[in-house]
Design a protein around this ligand. Structure first.
Ligand code: C2E
Ligand code: CA
Ligand code: CA
Length: 618
């Protein structure tokens, strides 16, 4: 460009060669013309220049707009060109961000720790030597602390006209989201979708590794199989969403009880398994952790606005005692868990350890005894008065069974009802209770005692058994007791197990003239909408809520809610387990209809009922 400007100024040199005014003016005009021309030409040049500058800016702007990283390096691996994406989000060696322009002339050794720069350099020199492009996925450290961005980087050698390699072009694309998706797929292959816990495959893998490590160091491992009791009932009565919520909560609670070296996995359904490392000799170490897990799982849960508690059946197998492979240990723990279920749920069983054999054989002996107890007439009923708060009078008694065991003495129902349920013996035992309670009540009336009702507890197994309605009819007929003096206590959970069948049975019982109550109300999973359609007369506030009336805001809220629910649905409400004046006052103030509890009387023998009734009259 400068040579052209010089060429244009050539005519100016001839100005002084002329003489005279005219020639001077001519010269001047020529000069002006020349100057115009020069100016014109200069303008053209400038326009061309700015066009070029503009083009360059445009080009820069353009490559900066490209979201991919673009750079060119010369043969000595110094940056010749770099766009914004190469530097954006990044901090370099001095911990500072850098502009793309500042990169020009620098090499990776000016930007990254030597070790990393050397890796880049080795790879790039290899590309330039071989002449082959290479694409690699690499992680980029974008905040100077952790690796957090994935880039798919393609590096291509650049050649001149003579086909010699003179540098290298790099194109890098951010593939973080694709990588994350891949990682997620990887994760899902080894984890349970719902809870995020490891799945069976990953658990078996970790267990296998732990077994190898234990073989090496001689440590002891425990595999703890946990199965939530009655989870199916939640799922069936409240729906899958509730079931899923419960599982997620349970998973979180388990994780919270374990060390980071332990693993908890979900095997499917409501089955979880825990791997405890280094548990030491004897069951104590394992039991400490298990008790933590059990108590955490048994805390109240709120699922979709319904509160309840879950119990867990647990089976334990240890390495090397109960198996040598992951599969063997899982099977052994599963078998132990199964026995825990058989023994009435909510307990822990160790695989074929001394502890369990003795506990199991005790249960076996007890079951044998139960079978004989009916024939030997070893059961007795005690009766606990129920008081109407308006009149202050006893209007009913609840029949509560006891077992006069020949060796163990008087046993409370908690010691044997569960076993009776499992063995099915509860059906004949329950039949006996209904018969005995009706007979006793008829005797009281015949003796001239003021007529009261008798409440009888019905177990799930009995309720599901077709014979219940017949048993009740027969007991009434044989005793001659009017049906209105018999009340049956059902629980929410037994009703919810098979709602259709339950409503039919309840209607049949109602048709006999028997009254129905819902026992332990608030602890089960009743749907309130279903409650309306039950032919029931009474709700029984569970004694666990009554116990908390003085201390627990939640229990007070539940008790008042049950009372007002009863009032709205036109049901009587009775509170059980009333022990203190304070509880009684709260219940009275809130409109509860009836009470039962140690405050008035413990369950007592039939003769004592007569005496108590007499005292009430006088
Ligand atoms: P439940 O139906 O909830 O019976 C009430 C239990 O609460 C009784 O325990 C009673 O003694 C106790 N109780 C009553 N008032 C108070 C109080 O003020 N404070 C405290 N702490 N407890 C109080 P029990 O007799 O040991 O019976 C336990 C459970 O055994 C019963 O709970 C019931 O579910 C079951 N059961 C009792 N008899 C029978 C029966 O004949 N058949 C069936 N299937 N189950 C029965
Ligand atoms: Ca009861
Ligand atoms: Ca109860």
């Amino acid at each position: 460009m400068s040579s052209k400007v010089r060429a244009a100024s050539a005519p100016m040199k001839s100005i002084g060669a002329e003489s005279g005014y005219t020639s001077l003016r001519d010269d001047f005009e020529k000069l002006l013309t020349a100057s115009d021309r020069v100016q014109g030409e200069l303008g053209d040049r400038l326009a061309a220049l700015s066009e070029i500058i503009e083009e360059r800016n445009l080009l820069h702007a353009l490559i900066d707009q490209v979201p991919d990283q673009l750079f060119i390096k010369d043969k000595s691996l110094r940056f010749l060109v770099a766009n914004n994406a190469v530097v954006s989000d990044k901090t370099f060696l001095d911990g500072q961000p850098m502009s793309a322009a500042a990169l020009i002339g620098k090499s990776d050794f000016d930007l990254f720790p030597a070790e990393i720069a050397q890796r880049f350099a080795d790879a790039e020199l290899e590309i330039m030597q071989s002449g082959d492009p290479v694409t690699t996925d690499m992680r980029e450290n974008i905040d100077g602390k952790g690796w957090s961005k994935w880039v798919s980087m393609t590096k291509v050698p650049i050649r001149n006209d003579k086909h010699e390699v003179i540098g290298l072009l790099g194109v890098g694309r951010d593939v973080t989201s694709r990588k994350q998706a891949e990682e997620r797929v990887q994760f899902l292959a080894h984890h349970d979708f719902l809870t995020g816990l490891p799945n069976r495959a990953l658990f078996a893998d970790r267990l296998g590794q732990a077994i190898l490590a234990s073989r090496r160091d001689g440590g002891r491992l425990a595999v703890v199989f946990c199965d939530l009791d009655r989870f199916k009932m939640v799922n069936d009565s409240l729906g899958h969403l509730a079931g899923d919520t419960l599982l997620t909560i349970a998973a979180g609670r388990m994780v919270g009880c374990l060390r980071s070296t332990d693993t908890v996995a979900r095997l499917g359904g409501d089955e979880f398994v825990i791997l405890l490392n280094d548990v030491g000799e004897g069951p104590d170490g394992v039991m400490r952790t298990i008790e933590k897990v059990r108590s955490s799982l048994s805390e109240r849960v709120d699922v979709l606005g319904q509160e309840f508690t879950v119990t867990t059946s647990i089976g334990v197998a240890t390495f090397p005692d109960n198996g040598h492979t992951a599969e063997e240990l899982l099977t052994a723990a599963d078998a132990a868990m199964y026995r825990a279920k058989e023994l009435g749920r909510d307990n822990v069983q160790f695989h074929s350890s001394v502890v369990t054999t003795s506990a199991a054989s005790k249960r076996l002996q007890l079951a044998e005894g139960l079978r004989r107890a009916l024939a030997n007439d070893e059961f007795v009923l005690h009766y606990q008065p129920q008081i109407d708060l308006k009149s202050g009078k006893i209007f009913a008694v609840e029949a509560l069974i006891r077992w006069q065991h020949p060796e163990l003495g008087l046993l409370s129902p908690d010691a044997f009802i569960g076993l009776a349920e499992e063995t099915g013996l509860i059906v004949p035992i329950g039949r006996w209770v209904i018969k005995q309670a009706c007979a006793q009540n008829a005797v009281w009336q015949a003796e001239g005692m003021r007529p009261i009702a008798v409440s009888v507890n019905v177990s799930a197994r009995q309720f599901g058994n077709n014979g219940l309605v017949d048993d009740v009819r027969r007991a009434l007929e044989q005793s001659g007791l009017a049906a209105s003096y018999l009340d049956l206590e059902l629980t929410e959970s037994m009703i919810m197990q098979d709602l259709g069948q339950a409503i039919k049975t309840m209607k049949d019982l109602e048709a006999l003239g028997v009254r129905l109550s819902i026992d332990d109300f608030g602890t089960g999973y009743s749907s309130l909408s279903a409650l309306k359609s039950f032919p029931i007369a009474r709700l029984k506030i569970d004694r666990s809520f009554v116990a908390g009336l003085s201390s627990d805001e939640g229990d007070r809220a539940i008790a008042t809610a049950v009372i007002s629910l009863g009032q709205k649905l036109n049901l009587r409400v009775i509170a059980e387990g009333v022990e203190s004046d304070e509880q009684l006052k709260f219940l009275t103030d809130n409109g509860c209809d009836e009470v039962q509890g140690f405050k008035f009387s413990k369950p007592i023998a039939p003769a004592d009922v007569v005496a108590l009734m007499k005292r009430q009259v006088s």
